[in-house]
Write a protein that binds this ligand. Sequence first.
Ligand code: GDP
Ligand code: MG
Length: 163
Amino acid sequence: MSFTLAIVGRPNVGKSTLFNRLVGRRLALVDDQPGVTRDLREGEAKLGDLKFTVIDSAGLEEATDDSLQGRMRRLTEHAVEMADVCLFLVDARAGVTPTDEVFAEILRKKNANVILAANKAEGNAADAGVIDAWGLGLGEPIRLSAEHGEGLNDLYEHLRPLS
Ligand code: GDP
Ligand code: MG
């Protein structure tokens, strides 16, 4: 049985970097339907022996400050509804921001099945941010570096029970 993973989180935390790493060249489709699905990128991911569908909320990059709250809420809610599990990324170098708290609240309200990950966690500069992420109340954050491919074993261990 396969499952669908949605990568969620505020802009610039590294969602698309992780999506690209998980999908490699196996990008299945870029949805050009109108509305919110246009901004969700879907691909076939591979991680070790796991194969699953991954969703990236790709539309958040261009959101202006004014439109960000509403758009990211709709996009994230939509992604949560499509997914069996959400990988909630925060930026370990930036620490937890008020916008991260908004996302945490959306995920709680939707009763989403959440795996928390502190991305950009390569090196010591990220230690404080990883500890900060515990404060979201979503359990132990996975230390991840999407750019350097670190922490993928931990991610694998969290996803394996779903397959
Ligand atoms: P998104 O807006 O959440 O999709 O974030 P992106 O994937 O576009 O990444 C935003 C920025 O963070 C880019 O400059 C990436 O190169 C950088 N980035 C992503 N992952 C990492 C990481 O693991 N470590 C560091 N240091 N930078 C990263
Ligand atoms: Mg992106």
